[in-house]
Design a protein around this ligand. Structure first.
Ligand code: UDX
Ligand code: ADP
Length: 480
């Protein structure tokens, strides 16, 4: 029986291994993590991450061929294939701070694999790490190998949160990179055989190690670039009276461009886009390519500009001050159908409003108060470090309250900001909400999900990204 072990029971490791276990009943899959509470949650009825469809998959396999354990060393030593899916945060200090990936967690996992291994292993790089990391890991493993043969593969994950199970069931492609030696090719085949249980062969792409690693960074950079492109257009639309949804529709009809990933928003978030682009920028700079580095840096700059622009719209529309005013924040996760808040635009928008002394009342169906408080008191780039290394909430958090209902959040508020496109925000009783708000009542829709005409009819002053402006907003400056 083939044994797989995955180090890191997070957003990538957990769902990916659950699907491998479901699709390959004859393979034994163990998911291990140094975090004991995380493993306990995976073994309980309340999984540590919210992902549609995940509960069913885990329930079907857990205890049969899928196990969650904090006995990291035991499962690693027994495995034939070890996936490494640990966090790779952006470095906050030292060389490459603010750009390069911090490989502390990866390095310690690699050293542990070398320490406990008694048989040959395939080690699979699953978390996004900068190009050429596999080479570094290979060096650690081979220099500490005690005669054991390690083959390193890069198998980047392309799942998106909120649709992870569907993405894993029917991936556009699976990418497996390895050495071009006979042993490397044998390892590639072993991993390909795992995916071949449910993925058509023509969707499994085999490449060399470096191509696989770079493809992941490139794919995320291209995706993020589309969003920054449409967001840049949204600013121009607001200035000229065009409607960004109409522009995206017309542009996306070109089959060379395609219709997906062209929704203007308050900005992209998530654990990958910014981090991967920063990595790409760093790699370009290290390779003497400043023009290329600056090109990609601009994608992040436009994303930051979009968030700042949104905050400025709010403040300038509300008589240039939000001090002491209650603002309802609907949605805190970085997108719908996830409880994940890493790099969510809500953090920057809320911090911007708090800086202007607003009183925030936040509601998200999946994000806990503890998480929101931690996010708002954290420094940039600290979000991907373990909880125990993060600062506790300072007293300024008195300006923030977290409630469990959109109606409670909006009661007596001066304005509403929609920051995540949760379906339930589309069908709220906006008349009831309006009746319970201060007047004039504002809606700032950062996801373009509300029916603008209907809300204006009720009496709201509405701002939607990239849409023709309300009379109220026309002469107010939106750019810092
Ligand atoms: C992304 C990649 O899609 C995935 O392939 C990779 O493995 C990890 O990074 P994820 O971050 O989970 O996945 O979600 P994604 O759906 O890509 O959304 C990222 C951000 O972009 C979200 O904040 C989302 O709201 C925003 N977005 C997306 C837009 O603002 N407009 C769009 O048109 C699409
Ligand atoms: P991702 O979104 O890439 O899956 P997460 O932060 O959700 O990232 O998950 C990474 C997991 O890896 C965390 O649960 C963390 O505790 C775990 N981890 C980090 N270093 C190690 C290690 N050396 N051994 C085992 N688990 C680790």
């Amino acid at each position: 029986m083939v044994k797989i072990c995955c180090i890191g029971a997070g957003y990538v490791g957990g769902p990916t291994m659950a699907v491998i276990a479901l699709k390959c009943p004859e393979i034994q899959v163990a998911v291990v993590d140094i975090s004991v509470p995380r493993i306990s949650a995976w073994n309980s009825d309340t999984l540590p991450i919210y992902e549609p469809g995940l509960d069913e998959v885990v329930k079907k396999c857990r205890g049969k061929n899928l196990f969650f354990s904090s006995d990291v060393e035991k499962h690693v030593s027994e495995a034939d294939i070890v996936f490494v899916s640990v966090n790779t945060p952006t470095k906050t200090q030292g060389l490459g701070a603010g750009k390069a990936a911090d490989l502390t967690y990866w390095e310690s996992a690699a050293r542990m694999i070398a320490d406990v291994s008694k048989s040959n292993k395939i080690v699979v790089e699953k978390s996004t790490v900068p190009v050429k990391t596999a080479e570094a890991i290979e060096k650690i493993l081979t220099h500490n190998s005690k005669g054991i043969n390690f083959q390193i593969l890069s198998n980047p994950e392309f799942l998106a949160e909120g649709t992870a199970i569907q993405d894993l069931f029917e991936p556009d492609r699976v990418l497996v990179g390895g050495r071009e030696t006979p042993e490397g090719q044998k390892a590639i085949k072993a991993l390909r055989d795992v995916y071949a249980h449910w993925v058509p062969m023509d969707r499994i792409i085999c490449t060399n190690l470096w191509s696989a690693e770079l493809s992941k960074l490139a794919a995320n950079a291209f995706l993020a670039q589309r969003i920054s492109s449409v967001n840049a257009m949204s600013a121009l639309c607001e200035a000229t009276g065009a409607d960004v949804s109409q522009v995206s529709h017309a542009v996306g009809k070109d089959t060379r461009i395609g219709p997906k990933f062209l929704n203007a928003s308050v900005g992209f978030g998530g654990s990958c886009f910014q981090k991967d682009i920063l990595n790409l920028v760093y790699i370009c700079e290290c390779n003497g390519l400043p023009e290329v580095a600056n090109y990609w840096k601009q994608v992040i700059k436009v994303n930051d500009y979009q968030k700042t622009r949104f905050v400025n719209r709010i403040v300038s529309s509300m008589f240039n001050t939000v001090s002491g005013k209650k603002i309802a924040i609907l949605g805190f996760a970085f997108k719908k159908d996830t409880g994940d808040t890493r790099e969510t635009p809500a953090i920057d928008v809320c911090k911007g409003l708090l800086g202007d002394k607003a009183m925030l009342s936040i509601y998200d169906p999946q994000v806990s108060e503890e998480q929101i408080q931690r996010d708002l008191s954290m420094n940039k780039f600290d979000w991907d470090h373990p909880v125990h290394l993060q600062p506790t909430s300072p007293s300024s958090m008195k300006q923030v309250s977290v409630v469990w209902d959109a109606y409670a959040a909006t009661k007596d508020a001066h304005g509403i900001c929609i920051l995540t496109e949760w379906d339930e925000f589309k069908t709220l009783d906006y008349q009831k909400i309006y009746d319970n708000m201060q007047k004039p009542a504002f809606v700032f829709d950062g996801r373009n999900i509300v029916d603008v005409a209907k809300l204006r009819e009720i009496g709201f002053i509405v701002y939607s990204i990239g849409k023709p402006l309300d009379e109220w907003l026309k002469d107010m400056p939106a750019v810092a």
